[in-house]
Ligand binder design. Structure first.
Ligand code: ATP
Ligand code: MG
Length: 400
């Protein structure tokens, strides 16, 4: 097994030396078989959570009620979950209680899809009671046991099926599609936060075009915030989006572009995204608007700042089909006379000191904004004397 697994080997050894089993499970096993980059490494054991805490020096009881302990090792951390099944499901979401079980096969049977229901030992041997390996070969999303039952237990799994089909570029089994069609309204029971996680991953996957087809074919999109209320915006996205968009802010800007009558803020609220996403989406969209009118200007790059240049350029490509060479944008940005307000050779304190007789107020930021503009477009050198001379002249002529 590869490096990320070997790094976790001491954990498995500790369990084994104390008479317990421990295996790699879930996404990391799947991605390792597919030779995809490995994300988080999760482990399953027959030791109970208190034993897990006792066996390791550094642990965090992140989900002790459902058997999950975070084990810290070096600068990595691993979720270690006691073998469990799930009790009765209420409301088509989380189970009422969980039950710890004896063997790994039982634990694997509670998992959503066959490709996610494999375990692997340190020797690389796979435990695969539901033929996940075969489905990996066939590039197929198939539920563990009956799709009907599994979706009615936890309705989020319907969206997860489509999310994995996008990320892995797999097809969804016909029986699974039928079960999504029949159970789609159950998605109403699921919290927006969990929906947002899956949907964001879906839009970031290589197979996003196919995933949108599935959302359309199953009508599952009708259960999604905004898309469900506004058929038009879904069909526009469905028809036009063929490339993955992995950045939530770019995604929101893109949706807003598709139907400008739905504001960025409406999207952010409906999907409970953060203020940081809202701010970033707004910056990207405003820069796009400005670019439509004025083309690529120094002011535009300055307004974007370094961190938003790439997502903005991606956005331009998503909506216009072509974009700039990123290195050229960065080199133009590097050559700007100033990159941010604080690069100005003069600041608010300097202005107050220059004109002690003036009452502090809006004139300070007005002066600074004007200086910023003149320095940026090359009309003024960014030197203290020059800038002081300019504001003195303005002050004399009574400007501001
Ligand atoms: P990713 O690489 O996106 O993290 P993943 O397969 O690790 O993919 P997670 O959401 O992190 O997906 O879940 C970890 C594992 O837990 C899954 O592989 C699956 O075995 C199981 N699992 C997660 N969510 C569910 C669910 N709703 N129902 C059943 N099993 C689930
Ligand atoms: Mg994971």
């Amino acid at each position: 097994v590869g490096k990320p697994f070997n790094q976790a080997a001491p954990i498995i050894h500790t369990f084994n030396n104390n008479g317990y089993e421990c295996f790699f499970v879930g996404g990391s096993v799947r991605d390792y078989q597919l030779k995809r980059p490995i994300g988080d490494i999760d482990l399953a054991t027959n030791a109970d959570p208190y034993t897990v805490q006792r066996l390791f020096d550094r642990t965090v009881p992140v989900g002790i009620d459902h058997g999950t302990i975070l084990v810290l090792l070096g600068d990595e951390s691993y979720e270690v979950t006691t073998y469990r099944t799930e009790g009765e499901y209420k409301d088509h979401r989380h189970p009422e209680q969980v039950f710890f079980v004896e063997n790994i096969e039982e634990d694997l049977s509670r998992r959503d899809f066959t490709i996610n229901a494999m375990a692997m030992g340190l020797d690389g041997k796979i435990i695969d009671p539901f033929n996940g390996l075969q489905d990996l070969k066939l590039k197929r999303i198939q539920t563990v046991r009956y799709a009907q039952d599994r979706f009615s237990e936890d309705a989020l799994r319907m969206l997860r099926a489509i999310r994995f089909s996008s990320q892995l570029n797999f097809s969804i089994d016909d029986e699974v599609i039928t079960a999504i069609k029949e159970n789609r309204t159950l998605l109403e029971a699921i919290s927006v936060e969990r929906i947002t996680v899956e949907l964001t991953k879906m839009f970031g996957g290589m197979g996003v075009g196919k995933a949108l087809d599935y959302l359309n074919e199953t009508s599952l999109y009708q259960q999604l915030p905004i898309f469900g209320m506004n058929e038009n915006v879904f069909s526009l996205v469905h028809e036009q989006l063929s490339e993955p968009i992995a950045d939530a802010a770019v995604l929101v800007a893109y949706f807003h572009y598709m139907d400008p009558s739905i504001s960025i803020s409406t999207w952010v609220k409906a999907y409970k995204l953060s203020n940081a996403v809202k701010r970033k989406a707004t910056i990207i969209y405003e820069a796009f608007d400005k670019h439509q009118e004025q083309g690529l200007t120094k002011g535009l790059l300055y307004q974007l700042t370094y961190e938003h240049i790439q997502p903005w350029n991606d956005f331009v490509r998503f909506v216009a089909g072509k974009s700039y060479v990123l290195e050229e944008l960065y080199s133009m940005y590097d050559q700007l006379p100033i990159q941010q307000k604080s690069d100005l050779a003069i600041n608010g304190t300097d202005l107050i000191r220059l004109f002690p007789e003036r009452k502090q107020g809006k004139w300070i930021s007005d002066y600074l904004r004007e200086l910023e503009h003149l320095v940026l477009c090359g009309e003024l050198q960014n030197q203290k004397d020059t800038l002081e001379g300019q504001v003195k002249a303005w002050n004399q002529t009574g400007q501001n």
